[in-house]
Design a protein around this ligand. Structure first.
Ligand code: PEP
Ligand code: MG
Length: 902
């Protein structure tokens, strides 16, 4: 086998040497080809070059020592096994060279088929195929085309044009009408194109073809679209790809050959049954590329019953072996079935839940594993609204519901235009005949994708499902004319900029904007759909898995809510209290006037009057919230933003004053406000007079709020309810700040609650780095901490939270400084470290200190796992995120050995 000494790394593995657990090293495709080989399934022999080899190549710019010799040894052994030599003129062995990273990146990286063909072996191939010249020359022209484009960067369109040219000369649209002579002529044309662009002849030496193709696959790891896809999918940039060198089998040898893609269950709905596309007399990529319309896999039964039955048997075996939905690629070469790929298949969010439930029923997995197999991002998707359809809306076309959701937007026909309009804030639907990897930017920018060709396994469908983006594919009633920027369907002409709506579940296409309604899953959370009575498989699966998550989780889940209505909805969604009630909205609207009075108060008396007028309003707010959250804790945060935020902007006031003066009106009040705004102006308001600092500077402000909270709690308790208020002080950086506020608050609380039985906790936000670093001291004066991760991120990184995301984060993401905005998902190394320190030191100083988080990160799946690992008691997030946090908290609490749900 490999000629390497004991210190040399093993870079090449025969399929028989690997297994499915070696994805890091062999990539997903290589590991699963090995697994299938070892299961005794019909896999064309071959070998895998490891991701280690790729990484070494990408770091140093050259193949690592020993790789060439190992490839040679494995190739020789493959040649022995097959009884043919690579590119042999009389009886050639041909191979495909295929990428395969740890995580599937559909269509992002390169593949070269038919390596080993040249001017001489093309004749040998024809003989091998029973004097099938047409097939041999077609294979050769495909090699030059793929090799040229992939390995030597020859523009793909040039080959397309040459092919179109020959078809035009022949008066046909169909590749199959071209005969051997036409294809031989095409090979000549392709070779000229190759030579023109590369300055050299197409390489005739098979081993050189192989080495260059391997190198091109390595390089494709860093192709722009691959980089973009990884960023989108949060796949680490340093994994590298493996390269699989696989004996070629041919699906294009005639009507008894073909190629297909299949799923062991419906990846859209999760329904049991065989699901796939088949294309007779075609080679590998034709199906995925959506170039010709496929037939449903079931039709294979009529075409080739033996292969069909064998395939069904293999699919059942794979499901049982992988204990999950598998997708496969296969080829039939003259009635002989070959398995080219399998993997645990991508699926829609709905299918993920339904399948996890089914597999539990089938006894293949337990509930922990089922919980592990779904995730919060999928649940969030299932909570998207859907179309509300009545007789007014009639579909103008029906394609395949390739990726669910409901999307409306302006029609665009190019990726570039999609990006342009999306940047202007427009919702767009990208309409194409079919998409290809170059459309990725546009697909990311669009609300939805609509194609006139391709099946459920076309590029558009696979990529959209991966992104959770609505997609309808293969709507073949649409006649898409990209250069003219329009499509026609029936009598309708739809131009760029016209609005259409697409339903990725039913595959229907509507003209104009269709209104939307809540999804079934939201209706379930709202208590309007009951799992016991509905026959909706999704609702039943969600209920079952959520119930298990709730039983498993250690983290409690609260909500951020500052109105009774939000509190009530969050409670229906499973919130176990309020983790953050921001009180600032209670100072807006018609209460602004009272705030102005407070700010303009010239003496103690006026200020007290203004506060006294605010008190009953605040009390009423809190009563409503305590009632909705009866029996559950409610953390009320004392006012946080700088008070001048409640005043009109300086420019507006200045204009008002000038206009009023001009008219000779009394401008005393406006002038006073203007002067106050000028006086209170801050260069950096986020670092200015806000939070606890306000409470210490403006006498009576916090006292009024504390009194309103305590009085509201007493009122609710006197009415027979249970109020559990927790008063939270924002922006504390030093324990002395908290002590001062606490002393006054305790006095007021004692006075108000009397013997009512109401208990009020006092705690603080930890959102200033200094607070995190002195948490041991602060805990002496706090009964709870709630991490304000928005401010902690802002101050930890020194990133103004209102400015940076639009200003330069794109560049930071591009440079890989972070993979996702730290405002979206917690930066575990930096900001997370502050949290860890504060949690440990706070608990050391005060055992039993209650710890929670109320920044935006409380509803972010990855962050929830981090908060679980740090030992927080709860997370708090917006009402719609509550189910997501419940699910992820459950997932964080279980440990399984199963596959990742990515
Ligand atoms: C925070 O800073 O994380 C927080 C919850 O407070 P706000 O977003 O209101 O500043
Ligand atoms: Mg804050």
């Amino acid at each position: 086998m490999a000629a390497h000494d004991s210190v040399e790394r093993k870079y090449v593995y025969d399929f028989a040497e690997g297994n499915k657990d070696l994805k890091d090293l062999l990539g997903g495709k290589g590991a699963n080809l090995a697994e299938m080989t070892n299961l005794g399934l019909p896999v064309p022999p071959g070998f895998t070059i490891t991701t280690e080899a790729c990484k070494a190549y990408l770091t140093t710019g050259r193949e690592p020592d020993g790789l060439a010799a190992q490839i040679e040894a494995h190739l020789e052994s493959l040649e022995r096994e097959m009884g043919r030599r690579l590119g042999d003129p009389d009886d050639p062995l041909l191979v495909s060279v295929r990428s395969g990273a740890k995580f599937s990146m559909p269509g992002m990286m390169e593949t070269v088929l038919n390596v080993g063909l040249n001017d001489r072996s093309v004749v040998g191939l024809s003989a091998q195929a029973g004097r099938n010249d047409r097939f041999a020359w077609d294979s050769y022209r495909r090699l030059i085309q793929m090799f040229g484009k992939t390995v030597c960067e020859v523009p793909g369109e040039e080959f397309e044009h040459a092919l179109d040219e020959i078809k035009r000369a022949k008066g046909t649209h169909n590749d199959l009408d071209l005969d051997a002579d036409d294809l031989r002529g095409l090979v000549d044309a392709y070779k000229k194109i190759f030579a023109k662009h590369t300055g050299r002849e197409f390489p005739q030496e098979p081993r050189e073809q192989l080495d260059l193709a391997i190198r091109a696959v390595f390089d494709s790891w860093n192709a722009e679209r691959a980089v973009l896809y990884r960023r989108q999918e949060r796949i680490p940039a340093d994994l590298g790809t493996a390269v699989n060198v696989v004996t070629m089998v041919f699906g294009n040898l005639g009507p008894d050959s073909g190629t297909g893609v299949a799923f062991t269950r419906d990846p859209g709905s999760g329904a049991q049954g065989i699901y796939g596309d088949y294309l007779a007399n075609a080679q590998g990529e034709d199906v995925v590329a959506g170039i010709r319309n496929t037939v449903p896999l079931q039709e294979l039964e009529q075409l080739d019953k033996t292969s069909y039955d064998q395939l069904l048997g293999i699919m059942a075996r794979l499901e049982e072996h992988y204990k999950d939905l598998c997708d496969i690629e296969f080829t039939i070469e003259r009635g002989k079935l070959w398995m080219l790929q399998t993997r645990v298949g991508k699926r829609t969010a709905a299918a993920a839940f339904v399948i996890a439930g089914q597999l539990v029923d089938e006894g293949l997995i337990d509930l922990d594993e089922a919980l592990h197999r779904v995730n919060g991002a999928q649940l969030a998707q299932l909570m998207f609204p859907r179309f509300q359809l009545d007789h007014e809306f009639e579909a103008v076309a029906k394609g395949i519901g390739a990726s669910p959701g409901a999307a409306s937007g302006k029609v665009v026909f190019t990726s570039a235009r999609a990006v342009e309009l999306a940047a202007e804030g427009e919702a767009v639907i990208l309409v194409r005949r079919e998409t290809n990897p170059d459309d990725l930017n546009g697909m990311i920018a669009a609300q939805g994708i609509l194609t006139s060709r391709g099946g459920k396994t076309s590029h558009a469908a696979v990529v959209a499902r991966g992104m959770g983006k609505t997609c309808v594919s293969g709507a073949d009633e649409l006649d898409v004319n990209v250069p003219a920027k329009r499509f026609t369907v029936g009598d309708h002409v739809v131009n760029e900029g016209d609005v259409v709506s697409i339903d990725g579940t039913t595959g229907k296409v509507y003209l104009g904007e269709v209104p939307v309604m809540p999804s079934e899953v939201v209706q379930y959370f709202e208590g309007e759909l009951h799992p016991e009575t509905t026959d909706d498989a999704l609702v039943r699966a969600v209920h079952r898995i959520m119930t298990h998550a709730d039983a498993a989780r250690r983290l409690r889940v609260r909500t951020n809510a500052d109105t009774g209505a939000d509190a009530a909805r969050a409670r229906r969604f499973g919130a176990e209290g309020i983790g953050l009630c921001r009180t600032e909205h209670m100072f807006l609207g018609d209460r602004r006037e009272l705030v102005e009075r407070l700010i303009l108060a010239s003496g103690e008396r006026e200020r007290e009057d203004a506060l006294a007028a605010l008190l009953p309003l605040q009390r009423a707010d809190f009563i409503e919230i305590f009632r909705e959250m009866d029996g559950l804790p409610v953390t009320v945060r004392l006012i946080d933003p700088p008070l001048h935020e409640f005043l009109p902007p300086l420019e507006q006031l200045a204009v008002n004053v000038a206009v009023a003066q001009e008219r000779g009106e009394d401008v005393a009040k406006e002038e006073a406000l203007l002067a106050a705004v000028r006086r209170m102006h801050e260069e950096n308001p986020m670092l200015g007079l806000r939070g606890v600092r306000l409470g210490l500077v403006i006498p009576g402000l916090f006292a009024m709020q504390v009194r309103a909270i305590a009085e509201a709690a007493v009122a609710v308790v006197r009415d027979g309810g249970t109020a559990c208020p927790e008063i939270m002080v924002p922006l504390v950086g030093a324990v002395q700040e908290l002590e001062t506020v606490r002393a006054e608050a305790e006095r007021i609380i004692a006075e108000v609650v009397g013997d009512s039985g109401v208990e009020v906790l006092i705690g603080t936000m930890i959102e200033v780095p200094r607070a995190a670093l002195t948490a041991g001291q602060i805990a002496e004066a706090a009964e709870f901490f709630s991490f304000g991760t928005n401010d902690l991120t802002q101050m930890g990184w020194g990133f103004s939270r209102d400015d940076v995301e639009g200003a330069f984060f794109w560049r930071y993401l591009e440079l890989g400084i972070f993979g996702i905005s730290p405002f979206e998902s917690i930066d575990t190394d930096g900001v997370g470290r502050l949290i860890r320190i504060a949690a440990e030191e706070g608990r050391a100083a005060r055992p039993g200190l209650k710890l929670g988080v109320c920044g935006e990160h409380g509803g972010d799946p990855d962050s929830v796992h981090f908060f679980h690992s740090v030992g927080l008691d709860y997370v708090s997030c917006s009402p719609f995120r509550v189910p997501v946090a419940r699910l992820e908290a459950g997932r964080a609490a279980i440990t399984t050995t199963g596959s990742d749900s990515r």
